[in-house]
Design a protein around this ligand. Structure first.
Ligand code: F6R
Length: 612
């Protein structure tokens, strides 16, 4: 989705802004622009297409301003075009604004402004904002230091929807104003400089000290100060948070793509996520949670709610919670959950999984659950993200920044954290048995086994070469393997644009087998000793019909039957997805590479989906 960058300091703003925009490219966008405060007023440069186009606009290198705002746009209102690109200015060219989010009442505001003599030059919802600021600014007869702030506040209070906004003005050449509601925005601070960004990795190379904003907090930024106000413009105090991620975590570090790097970072991500919560001989610790036996025993249901890959991790979480703790658990897609009137009360625990912590549907589902009286628990990778500010409790995966659009290390970290959480619940409920110690040991051994899995996948690229031109791939599995089939299928379609489906292997003969013929690849995951024979029989059926087969297994199977078999290390079934997904991630990666695609920034996709 859209990305925002801002700079206010002592250096030329333009190169810093362009660099920031390049680092936000992974969020997905179709146009880019910047606006700076120059000696003779506001400058604005923008165009559709890549940030590279923007940096080639004649004259951009001559900009001298040390205060500027910048934006990558992911079109919602109006096609990608120069006119619709941000920043947008008011009619008098006194205020420049970039905006991430959606203004739901923009038609109404456009009409109001039109009736007051304003003209619009774009199709965007955003263009109402600078004009509203102008409207309020020109109505205010007090010429004090807070005049711009008051105008921005009045304009913002008229907006319905979600927004992260940066404003600069020719009337105030030393300050910038930012505000957010339901859209991400962080402020990085260091001596004589403040940086603004939609997310942390883009400015991690400048600072690790960040201010995190709550909804409708206004910030006036100068070179060496940040002053915070609540929505009634009372001053408020805010401390910085130091982010542990180091700058190199947001670099490719010698890998060809972020996705490949992130796949290989999974042993570390898992190790960091387990952290000190779990050890072989001590009780599990979750300092962030204060659940007791009475509360957990009173639960009638747990909902796990998320989108996409995070929802697939939720399926593995359900498996662990139901089997270990015997608490009925349902997994829902956030965009459905929020509109299906789910049965929730104060005896329901709702767990929300989101790598970014900014996914609009997941946040809306969380708010709904709170309204209905449930306790809410966020599982996220980003400290201070929106979801953590809404939830009653937050626990973190420590996967480090995930830059590639296709999620890999976040998924495996989520699966491990949900398993540790399930073990923690069993500890509180006192329902664990000796077998749980084996599970603990297996979890602790995961980083080593992922290393081994990465090794056995070394030649999966060869198989990718054989099948990358095909049009359909089926992913099959039973039990926990079916949840991994879903994730493998999503990964493949996201980055290779090959049509794929995932099915419970036993469902095949109830319809989809009609599609199986020569030229189709079937990938099956078989890690459950009780189900392996049944899945092998299903694969036999597709082989008979001419499909090519790839099998991912830790069981003894007759490898001669299949075109390719990858034998992964054996582990506890609860956590087998963490190993069996690795070959699927790499398969998708190599297929996309064979097709010459940009694996890190697949078409039409955004890393953080901040609109419905
Ligand atoms: C797929 C992928 C998406 C996200 C989904 C939720 O590779 O990355 O399916 O998992 O958009 O995003 P988060 O976890 O940020 O809420």
């Amino acid at each position: 989705m859209c990305g925002i960058v801002g700079y206010i300091g002592t250096k030329k703003a333009t190169p810093i802004l362009i660099n920031g925009l390049l680092r936000l490219e992974y969020r997905g966008y179709d146009s880019a622009g910047i606006s700076t405060i120059e000696k003779d007023g506001l400058s604005i440069m923008k165009d559709k297409g890549r940030v590279k186009n923007l940096s080639n606009i004649p004259g951009i290198d001559d900009l001298e301003g040390t205060i500027g705002i910048a934006h990558t746009r992911w079109a919602t209102h109006g096609k990608p075009s120069k006119e619709n690109s941000h920043p947008h200015m008011d009619n008098s060219k006194s205020f420049s604004v970039v905006h991430n989010g959606i203004i739901e009442n923009y038609n109404e505001l456009r009409k109001f402004l039109g009736d007051n003599g304003y003209t619009f030059y774009s199709e965007t919802d955003t263009e109402v904002i600078p004009n509203l600021i102008h409207y309020y600014y020109s109505k205010d007869n007090n010429n004090d230091d807070e005049k711009l702030l008051r105008a921005v506040r009045s304009a913002v209070l008229d907006l319905k929807g979600s927004f992260a906004i940066e404003v600069i003005s020719k009337f105030d050449k030393d300050n910038m104003i930012v505000v957010r509601k339901d859209s991400p925005l962080v402020i990085g601070t260091c001596e004589d400089e403040n940086y603004i960004s939609s997310d942390i990795p883009a400015i991690l190379s400048f600072t690790r000290d960040f201010y995190l904003l709550n909804d409708l907090e206004f910030v006036v930024l100068s070179r060496n100060n940040a002053t915070f106000y609540d929505k009634d413009l009372n001053k408020i105090e805010k401390d910085t948070k130091t982010i542990e991620w180091n700058a190199s975590a947001a670099e490719k570090d010698g890998y060809e793509d972020y996705m490949l790097k992130e796949i290989h970072e999974q042993p570390t991500a898992i190790r960091e996520t387990i952290g000190s919560k779990l050890s072989e001989d001590a009780p599990i610790e979750f300092d962030e949670l204060n659940f007791n036996k009475e509360y957990l025993s009173s639960l009638n249901k747990i909902y796990i709610v998320a989108c996409g890959t995070a929802m697939h991790a939720g399926l593995a979480g359900k498996n662990a919670i139901e089997k270990l703790c015997k608490i009925p658990t349902e997994v829902d897609i956030a965009s459905e959950f929020r509109y299906r009137d789910p049965i929730i009360d104060d005896k329901t625990l709702c767990i929300f999984i989101s790598q970014s912590g900014e996914t609009a549907d997941t946040i809306a589902a969380l708010k709904l659950s709170k309204e209905k009286g449930a306790k809410t628990l966020a599982v996220t990778n980003v400290i201070g993200s929106s979801i953590t500010r809404e939830a009653d409790y937050s626990i973190y995966t420590h996967a480090g920044p995930e830059i590639a659009v296709a999620s890999t290390k976040a998924y495996t970290s989520q699966v491990v954290l949900l398993n540790v959480l399930a073990l923690y619940f069993t500890q509180i409920l006192g329902c664990g048995d000796a077998k749980l110690n084996d599970l603990k040991k297996d979890i602790l051994d995961l980083p080593r086994k992922i290393e081994e899995t990465l090794k056995v996948c070394e030649n999966i690229g060869e198989f990718a070469k054989e099948v990358y031109q095909e049009h359909d791939v089926f992913f099959l599995g039973r039990g926990i393997d079916e949840t991994v089939a879903k994730e493998g299928s999503l990964k493949l379609k996201e980055i290779s644009y090959i049509h794929s489906e995932s099915y419970a292997a036993g469902e095949l003969k109830h319809g989809p087998i009609a599609l199986i013929e020569a030229g189709i690849t079937v990938i099956s995951i078989m890690t459950d000793s009780k189900l392996v024979e049944k899945t092998v029989s299903n694969i036999q059926e597709v082989i008979t019909r001419g499909a090519k087969t790839l099998v991912i297994t830790n069981q003894k199977v007759d490898q001669k039957m299949f075109d390719k078999t990858i034998v992964i290390p054996d582990t506890n079934p609860f956590i087998s997805p963490i190993l069996s997904v690795v070959p699927l991630q790499l398969f998708a990666y190599y297929i996309a590479k064979e097709k010459g695609l940009d694996v890190d920034k697949p078409r039409n996709l955004a890393k953080s989906v901040t609109v419905e």
